[in-house]
Design a binder for this molecule. Structure first.
Ligand code: NAP
Length: 329
């Protein structure tokens, strides 16, 4: 008997076809529902009949799993697992799988796109040209800030932070500072990265890059005090999760010139509202959560997540488990 699975994100057709060969598939398309609540209710109902599920970007609450008596595996097409209550899944004996590594390089590329776009004012000046303002040779009003040779401070030097450090040190001759709970010896040796106290990183970095997971410990890690202790010329880059930053405090800091700019791929509430004050600020580059969003990487993530799901349902998965404690139960 094939396992029953719920698919709640549009998958590439080859990945869906492969899943259909190995499981009975129920599709729940978020776009087909008028509200998030209606979608969540449909998903909770589908979970009650399923052995496993695959999807992304949807908050899965304990309440949605109350009737899910046979559910054994949830497979997320992401590395971040902040949209799940991980201890609750472990208590229920549900394996949570994710897709680390595959998206590391494309997300680090996005971080560097934000660094360059903010420092060199790429988006703002491209719009300026489009608007017909380029009528003579440019002057100081169009100058940006240097990137190469500057100091980058990476808060969370793990897989993606390490790939950012490599680009910074080897590609842009930057000095790399970082904070982590544990030292990253490999990055220290390969890129000369230096682990420093949080306050020192904030005070010395020209680019403060957030790459920690969102947890109770990292929520609102950057607030008014932290922004005030950064250089006035510093730029904040966030490609981790929006809630790592107190967004209202960031808006104030940008409006008051406390920091020089921000490159943001993630926000407290996504999609970002069109009337967000961040979108009125010329020194902000806002992207629609595109960290890993290339054709190649998104396809590889979907393949990996589908494979995680099938292998975990068969009891064969030994990697990519976000709650390994579940196996010890
Ligand atoms: P990772 O390898 O686990 O790296 C996370 C780093 O954060 C680790 O070095 C960890 O080091 C450090 N850290 C510092 N404080 C922490 C804390 N309180 N709790 C946990 N870790 C802490 O993860 P990754 O693959 O680089 O991904 C990082 C995050 O990036 C993801 O969780 C996700 O939220 C985000 N992301 C965003 C996008 C996007 O589209 N924008 C794409 C992919 C990932 P210590 O354990 O030593 O502290």
């Amino acid at each position: 008997m094939l396992p029953r699975i719920v698919v709640y994100k549009t998958l590439p057709s080859d990945v869906l076809a492969s899943l259909r060969e190995q499981a009975q598939v129920e599709l729940i398309d978020p776009a087909a529902f008028a509200s998030r609540d209606a979608f969540s209710a449909a998903l909770a109902h589908a979970f009650s009949e399923a052995d496993g599920a695959i999807g992304a970007s949807v908050k899965i609450t304990p309440a949605m799993l109350e009737g899910a008596k046979r559910l054994r595996v949830l497979s997320t097409i992401s590395v971040g697992v902040d949209h799940f209550d991980v201890p609750d899944l472990t208590r229920r004996g549900i394996v949570l799988t994710h897709t680390p590594d595959i998206l590391t390089e494309s997300t680090a590329d996005t971080v560097f796109a934000l660094i360059l776009a903010t420092a060199r004012r790429v988006v703002e000046l491209a719009q300026w040209v489009r608007a017909g303002h380029w009528r003579g040779s440019i002057g100081e009003a169009q100058y940006g800030l240097e990137v190469h040779g500057k100091t980058i401070g990476i808060i969370g030097l793990g897989r993606i932070g390490g790939a950012v450090a490599r680009r910074a040190a080897l590609g842009f001759d930057m000095r790399v500072l970082y904070t982590n709970r544990h030292a990253n010896d490999a990055a220290e040796q390969a890129y000369g990265a230096r682990r420093v106290p949080f306050a020192q990183l904030l005070a010395e970095a020209d680019f403060v890059c957030l790459q920690v997971p969102l947890t109770h410990e990292t929520q609102r890690l950057i607030g008014a005090n932290e922004l005030a202790s950064m250089k006035r010329s510093a730029i904040l880059i966030n490609a981790s999760r929006g809630a790592v930053v107190d967004e209202a405090a960031l808006v104030d800091a940008l409006a008051n010139g406390t920091i020089a700019g921000a490159g943001l791929d993630v926000f407290e509430h996504e999609p970002l509202s069109a009337d967000s004050p961040l979108l009125q600020m010329h020194h902000v580059v806002a992207l629609p959560h595109i960290g890993s969003a290339t054709h190649e990487t998104r396809h590889a993530m979907a393949c990996a997540a589908a494979q995680n799901l099938i292998e975990a349902l068969a009891g064969r998965l030994a990697r990519n488990i976000a709650n390994p404690g579940v196996l010890a139960r």
